[in-house]
Ligand binder design. Structure first.
Ligand code: BES
Ligand code: ZN
Ligand code: ZN
Length: 463
């Protein structure tokens, strides 16, 4: 689909957003009434004879427009029009582009006969092309980076494993002029990353640490982004039940998000140096698998008692976070991970859990997230929950000894691997719920959502 910013143009059909108030004075209010259209949010009504698609919105706010636009694009894709137009202004252009690109996204890689779509051209019409040009290209870059992330999340574990993930990262680096360093298992051993190595030991695929760098000339800040890249999480010997294992190809979503972020940052040519660190590992079973009862010595020297091999993401992140802190003196360190089912219990499926010590950072991130259309909820650390990670055998245990607060205790486990000087620079994002969906919501469709990409782009733009 081609999206263009143009002056008044001819298209096969025009899309209009109508709310309860504007419906009262709408030119076609009588036919719309006959059709039962009440301007409810996310409802739509084709007026084919007038070449109009009318979409209901609660308000003209970006969140409502983006959601309605996602409905519109699906209606248009199943009709037979070749082109459609949306009137845009400075307030709505981003939401409309996101609605069109993200709401209209489909992943057809494994379909032999994807549905044919006639819609080829989307025109965004305005009188002020020069005034909207920058917003237009910026929104396209961010939406496409989000789709890039979704594509990788949606790729099946047979096709996307740690080595092929590393290859994909190398390709991105080549295309976008990034530096790329890959650590194989031999190098990981040298780095003493035994926690990460243990998780990948029973896999036939070699674990990889991927480090990409985007370095503009005079960066204002340096940001490290760390991603959990479990290309498959079977649970290991603490095997997941069959129904919970389905969708676990998405356990690499944190890593995929981090790739999308560095892609967008480099294409937006932001004045921020970005480092993306990815721990790409597959958590499997086998004679060589790491076990509940094992004690692992992590890169920073701390010993970890393993009581559940399904709490593997934190083991990988422990070593990658430690490595990232040694390699780069960053102004901020953000990690993204589909870390806990408990985060979904706490916040619901749509909200990313954010954790950290700095109130300012949490505040800035929440604001950026809201402006980007993503949802975040802050989960507070406390000293009582911290005690639940105590081990009788080693320095720390990889699971809590109590059933409640699982998203926070996972965050507190990671905190153990954050150096004192970085405590206020670090934030943890649990995207277990927000990264993947089996039913559409907002501009998300079945599969990976690209959670994190839009919010971090917004945050980075404001630096
Ligand atoms: N990858 C899962 C978390 C997850 C669950 C993500 C559902 C997305 C959807 C993680 O590795 C995991 O299994 N966590 C365990 C932790 C537990 C053993 C302490 C969980 O959440 O049950
Ligand atoms: Zn797991
Ligand atoms: Zn996992």
């Amino acid at each position: 689909m081609n999206i263009d910013l143009v002056n008044e143009t001819k298209s096969d059909i025009k899309v209009e957003f109508v709310n309860e108030d504007s419906l009262k004075t709408h030119k076609n209010k009588k036919i719309l009434k006959k059709a039962g259209f009440t301007a409810a949010q996310d409802s739509s009504c084709f007026l084919h004879e007038k070449a109009l698609l009318i979409c209901g919105v609660d308000s003209q706010k970006a969140d409502d427009i983006r959601s309605a636009c996602s409905v519109a694009i699906k209606c248009l894709k199943s009709a037979s029009y070749k082109s459609a137009s949306f009137a845009v202004n400075t307030k709505s252009i981003k939401a409309i582009i996101e609605g069109v690109i993200l709401g209209g996204y489909e992943y057809n890689e494994y379909k032999t006969k994807p549905k044919k779509v006639n819609l080829k051209y989307i025109y965004l019409t305005t009188d002020d092309i020069s005034g909207l040009k920058d917003k237009f290209s910026e929104a396209i870059i961010i939406a496409e980076a989000t789709c890039f992330t979704r594509d990788i999340v949606n790729t099946i574990p047979h096709d996307l494993n740690p080595p092929s993930f590393a290859k994909l990262a190398k390709n991105l680096a080549k295309e976008n002029g990034l530096k790329c360093e890959i650590l194989d298992e031999k190098k990981l051993k040298k780095e003493k990353m035994n926690a990460m190595l243990a998780v990948g030991r029973a896999s036939v695929h070699e674990s990889k640490l991927i480090h990409l760098t985007y370095k503009p000339e005079n960066p204002k800040k340096i940001i490290s982004l760390v991603g959990k890249g479990l290309t498959y999480d079977s649970g290991g010997l603490s095997l997941k039940p069959g129904t919970s294992m389905v969708t676990m190809k998405m356990d690499k979503a944190g890593a995929c998000a981090v790739l999308g972020m560095i892609k967008a940052a480099s294409e937006l040519k932001l004045d921020v140096e970005i480092h993306a660190f990815i721990g790409a590992v597959e958590n499997m079973i086998g004679g060589d698998a790491y076990k509940p009862d094992d004690v692992l010595t992590s890169r920073n020297g701390m010993t970890i008692e393993v009581r559940n091999t399904d709490a593997e993401g934190r083991l990988v992140l422990a070593d990658v976070l430690d490595y990232a802190q040694d390699k780069v003196k960053a102004d901020a360190i953000f990690d993204f991970a589909t870390l806990t089912g408990a985060c979904m219990v706490a916040l619901g499926q749509y909200t990313t859990g954010i954790m950290g010590h700095s109130h300012k950072l949490k505040h800035d991130i929440s604001r950026a997230a809201s402006a980007s259309g993503e949802l975040t909820g802050s989960l507070p650390f406390n000293r009582h929950l911290k005690k639940q990670l105590k081990s009788e055998l080693a320095d720390i245990c990889n699971i809590s000894n109590k059933p409640y607060g699982g998203a926070i205790t996972a965050g507190l486990f990671l905190d153990k691997f954050i150096k004192d000087e970085n405590k206020n620079k670090w934030m943890h994002f649990d995207i277990a719920g927000s990264a993947y969906t089996e039913s559409p919501w907002d501009c998300n469709v079945y599969g990976g959502t690209g959670a994190g990409v839009r919010m971090i782009c917004e945050y980075l733009k404001n630096i």
